[in-house]
Design a protein around this ligand. Structure first.
Ligand code: GRF
Length: 217
């Protein structure tokens, strides 16, 4: 049975595109049941249309967070979803939202990709901050989401070197192309082996639990 996912995006949608291309190429056994965006002109909508994937706009402008999240959950719950996949979704998810996707094993079935080697450079300027800092090795992280921003059990990371002649643009482009390989690959591993596959690198699977008293928002 393929994994059923919804992809949440706010912008360009290149990670969504990489996921849909991997599916079309037969490399990823996942069904995208819904692409949901919160911004009317998000490129992700055009990509969803091009691939014939159901899509929805739930705009948040001028709406309290709670109200918006209720509407998003309403849309998501129309589908039988195994995972919610964040791909450039520029909204922080509240603990109430996450609770809707809590697994019986205690983790949230929500995945994110972040443009840095977490825990370095959380926030919306991952590539920029790593580049400005002058790191020699940068990277990307796919992780389960928890109640903290850009935080939660790491599923996979991939690194790349900063080259001497890199500009911010070439640096970001190299990172992004790594994202486009890594995200579909992680989803395929989850689809074939389950999310617990990723915990095997650790001695203690309790690291996958997100039952924390440390919610900071
Ligand atoms: C990516 O760099 C991703 O890591 C970050 O937001 C960006 C989204 O890009 N979370 P795109 O919309 O998938 O092109």
């Amino acid at each position: 049975m393929p994994l059923n996912i919804a992809v949440l995006a706010s912008g360009r949608g290149s990670n969504l595109e990489a996921i849909l291309e991997a599916i079309a190429a037969g490399k990823l056994d996942v069904t995208v049941k819904l692409v949901l965006v919160n911004v009317a002109n998000a490129g992700a909508i055009e990509i969803a249309k091009r691939f014939g994937v159901p899509h929805a706009l739930v705009a948040n402008a001028g709406m309290p967070r709670k109200e918006h999240e209720v509407k998003v959950i309403e849309e998501l719950k129309k589908h039988e979803l195994d995972f919610v996949v964040l791909a450039g979704y520029m909204r922080v998810l509240s603990p109430q939202f996450l609770a809707e996707f809590k697994d019986s094993e205690g983790f949230f079935r929500v995945i994110n990709i972040h443009p840095s080697l977490l825990p370095s450079f959380p926030g919306i300027r991952g590539y920029e901050e790593a580049y400005e800092y002058g790191v020699k090795v940068a990277g990307v992280t796919v992780h389960l989401v928890d109640e903290r921003v850009d935080h939660g059990p790491i599923l996979a990371q991939a690194s790349f070197n900063r080259e001497a002649d890199d500009t911010l643009e070439t640096f970001k482009a190299r990172g992004l192309s790594i994202e486009h390989d890594l995200y579909p690959q992680v989803l395929q591993d989850i689809s074939t082996k389950g999310v617990s596959f990723f915990s095997r690198v650790k001695d203690d699977t309790s690291d996958l639990k997100t039952e924390k008293e440390t919610a900071t928002r």
